[in-house]
Design a protein around this ligand. Structure first.
Ligand code: DC
Length: 211
C-alpha cells in the first residue's frame, strides 16, 4: 500500500503524511529532506545550487545519514533544495531511492507514505491513494511565520510570504516533475482546517477508498 502526499510548502502535508503513517504503522519518507540535503551539501562545499555539476556531485554522494541533519529545516536549505530540484539529472539520481523505499518499506512495514511534490505523478504514479494538500498562500505564510516566531527566530511576515511565493513559482514552473496534482489525486484544502480536521478529512477518504 502506497500513499502519495503532494503539495506546496507549508500546506500541512508533512504533518498530515506523518500522522497517516503513524496511524497505519506505515513507513514515512519526507522526500523534501532529500532535496534539502543535496542543496545543503552544495552550499556547504561553497557551490551554487543552480550549478548542475555541483548539484549532481552532491546528489550522487548523498547517503541516508545526511537526512538526519537538523540544519535541513532552515529556509536557506529550503531555497537551495528548490533550486537543485529544478535540475532534471539531479532528480533522476534521487528517483531510485524513493521508488525503492515505496516498493520495499523498511522494517517489513506493510505500506509507505511519501510526501513531496511529484510523488503521485512521477515517483509513485500507481499509488493506491493520492492526496494533494494545499492552502491559500497567505495562510501558509502566516503558519510559517508563527512557526519561526515560536522557535524564537526573527521573522518578518512580508518576507516569509515572498519567499513562499518564489518557491511555489520555482517548484510549479520548472519543466522537470513540476508541483502539480495528479489527475487522480483528491485535494485536501487546509486553508480553514486545523491539523486534526485535515487528518479526519484525509483519513476518511483513505478508509473509503481502500475498503
Ligand atoms: O517539502 P519541502 O519544503 O521540504 O521541499 C523542499 C524543496 O524540495 C521544495 O521546494 C521542492 C523540492 N522537492 C521536490 O522538488 N520534489 C519533492 N518530491 C520534494 C521536494
Amino acid at each position: 500500500m502506497i500513499i502519495a502526499v503532494d503539495g506546496p510548502a507549508a500546506s500541512g502535508k508533512g504533518t498530515l503524511a506523518r500522522r497517516i503513517a503513524s496511524h497505519l504503522h506505515y513507513a514515512y519518507l519526507d522526500t523534501g529532506k532529500i532535496y534539502r540535503a543535496v542543496g545543503h551539501a552544495v552550499l556547504g562545499a561553497g557551490g551554487d545550487p543552480e550549478d548542475l555539476d555541483a548539484a549532481l556531485a552532491a546528489a550522487r554522494a548523498l547517503n541516508a545519514a545526511d537526512l538526519a541533519n537538523s540544519e535541513l529545516a532552515s529556509d536557506i536549505a529550503a531555497v537551495a533544495a528548490s533550486k537543485v530540484a529544478a535540475l532534471e539529472p539531479v532528480r533522476a539520481v534521487l528517483l531510485g531511492f524513493q521508488k525503492d523505499f515505496a516498493a520495499s518499506p523498511p522494517c517489513g512495514l506493510g505500506g509507505a507514505v511519501l510526501d513531496g511534490r511529484d510523488i503521485g505523478t512521477v515517483v509513485c504514479p500507481d499509488a493506491e491513494v493520492k492526496l494533494f494538500v494545499t492552502a491559500d498562500v497567505e495562510v501558509r505564510a502566516r503558519r510559517r511565520h508563527k512557526e519561526l516566531l515560536d522557535k524564537g527566530e526573527a521573522s518578518i511576515y512580508p518576507r516569509v510570504l515572498k519567499a513562499l511565493k518564489d518557491r511555489d513559482a520555482r517548484d510549479s514552473n520548472r519543466s522537470a516533475a513540476p508541483l502539480i496534482a495528479a489527475a487522480d489525486a483528491i485535494v485536501v484544502d487546509t486553508t480553514a482546517m486545523d491539523p486534526d480536521e485535515a487528518f479526519a478529512s484525509a483519513f476518511g477518504y483513505i478508509q473509503k477508498h481502500t475498503d
